[in-house]
Design a protein around this ligand. Structure first.
Ligand SMILES: [Zn+2]
Length: 481
């Protein structure tokens, strides 16, 4: 399974593979992009005509230093803005055109520019309501092969990847990278024909039926990295606060997925200790090839093969383990939690499913790091502790994964679990800093743990060690001498 996006870096991660890297902002500092605080999406979806009519209320905050006078918006190239209203109900002037991204000439979008009646002062927020309608088309020609999005009775997905709802932005990958979207709150009211369900990763609210159509409502439980609405003739399998929305033909698989989540949650509770509340999680089945994606707050969309084979469950284990992360007090954070989740996903697959591919997967991580983090690259010269400041947290998944594996090999898995449990139980109410984790690991793991942390967390000693060792066994032996 190719999981396109861990924990919410959606379009940026995709575009990163499609174009040469341009790391520095091209954005004019005089025209900062306001940040989305919340998105309320109302949409009427006509699965027979293949169209939707939507209204998106965007609450936006100007985090820049100067006032924002105009709002740039992006939509799917087959969607058109009908009108934009401000919070007082005034219609705002809109210009729009179908254009290509300035740095990806196959990527066509509807780009709109909304003139605000009242500029958003620095630090202030405002709301606009964007009414829009049209068809939805995928973006396979851009290289995003999983974005096959369309409106269809069998399966419909509304997500930012295809700009199915308005996004603040200009058609430029460089600008999108310079303006990453922080997590936001969402609510939805999606109307579809009876027999279909429209679900999100949020809390499901009561649905209303009228004239053969159903309006499905949801709201996020907290800030989410993305909003995905999945529409299909779903059935639901539920255990406690864990719900699996599955295609009618996959009811057996849904029970397997539900059982696997339950077993993983039990195992994680042994490793970290109990959570304050029972885990709550939404899994939405999507067709094969449409791109699995996972976040607790945004929900998990999971391609159909995971409902037929346990080999595909690691993305679920990864996300589930994040429930045991204390609030991250490092700002910006190096996000070692991603490496811990990546380490745990393989370990849980081994322990619960008898997966035999863990070592091979770790060796692939080793190879990727050797190839990409050479002495002349940022990740080859900047310690993981500084990955947040250096915008290198996509490397945390790999570097911290090997670090936690090495710690487990050095201390033994049980003692690593003891360190993780003591740390989590100590900081779960207060939040944690990287130094708290480091201290907990050294308290249990002693001098060998300190040497590993010096190399992998606080320094870049791992770069030379990794390329000098022919395999992971040799790397591990290097820390025993
Ligand atoms: Zn993650």
């Amino acid at each position: 399974m190719r999981t396109w996006s861990w924990c919410g870096v959606i379009v940026l991660a995709l575009a990163a593979g499609a174009v040469p890297p341009r790391l520095h902002a091209q954005q004019n500092p005089d025209t900062p992009l306001p940040q989305l605080q919340s998105l309320a999406l109302t949409a009427d979806v006509d699965v027979d005509a293949g169209t939707l009519a939507g209204a998106a209320t965007l609450v936006l905050r100007n985090t820049g230093a100067s006032a924002v006078r105009a709002l740039p918006l992006l939509l799917n190239r087959l969607l058109r803005v009908d009108s934009v209203l401000d919070a007082e109900g005034n219609a705002l002037p809109v210009q729009q055109a179908v254009v290509a991204f300035e740095d990806v000439d196959t990527w066509q979008v509807t780009a709109a520019r909304v003139q605000l009646r009242v500029p958003i002062a620095a630090g202030d927020s405002t709301a606009v309501v964007v009414h829009y309608h049209g068809h939805l088309v995928g973006y396979t020609e851009v290289g995003m092969l999983y974005v096959r999005d369309r409106i269809d009775r069998e399966f419909t997905i509304l997500r930012e990847d295809a700009f199915a709802f308005p996004k603040v932005g200009v058609p430029s990958v460089a600008s999108m990278r310079a303006n990453p979207q922080p997590p936001f709150a969402f609510s939805t009211a999606i109307t579809v024909p009876e027999g279909l369900m429209a679900v999100t990763g949020g809390r499901q609210l009561p649905a209303e039926t009228h004239d053969g159509r159903v309006t499905w409502r949801s709201e996020s439980r907290g800030p989410a990295p993305y909003l995905i609405v999945s529409i299909a003739p779903y059935r639901v399998a539920q255990r406690g606060e864990i719900r699996v929305y599955h295609f009618p033909e996959d009811s057996v698989g849904a029970q397997i997925v539900l059982g696997a989540i339950g077993a993983a949650a039990d195992r994680l509770a042994e490793i970290f200790g109990p959570l304050r509340a029972a885990p709550s999680l939404v899994v939405m089945e999507i067709p094969e090839g449409w791109g699995s994606q996972a976040s607790l707050a945004g929900g998990i969309i999971q391609e159909a093969p995971a409902f037929r084979s346990r080999d595909q469950l690691q993305a679920l284990y990864h996300e589930l383990s994040h429930l045991w992360n204390a609030r991250d007090l490092d700002a910006p954070s190096p996000r070692w939690n991603e490496g811990l989740a990546s380490y745990l996903q393989g370990r849980l697959a081994r322990e619960l499913d008898g997966w035999t591919g863990e070592r091979a997967a770790l060796e692939r991580v080793r190879t990727r790091l050797i190839e990409s983090c050479t002495a002349d690259t940022p990740c080859g010269t900047i310690p993981m502790r500084d990955y947040g400041r250096a915008s290198l947290t996509d490397r945390s998944y790999l570097v911290a994964r090997l670090m936690f594996w090495l710690l487990a090999e050095s201390m033994g898995e049980e003692r690593l679990d003891t360190a993780l449990r003591e740390h989590f139980q100590r900081v779960r109410e207060t939040g944690t800093r990287t130094d708290d984790l480091r201290a907990a690991l050294i308290r249990v793991g002693g001098e060998p743990a300190r040497r590993i942390l010096d190399d992998w967390l606080d320094g870049t000693g791992w770069v030379a060690r990794l390329s000098a060792a022919p395999d992971l066994a040799a790397l591990r032996e290097g820390y025993r001498r």
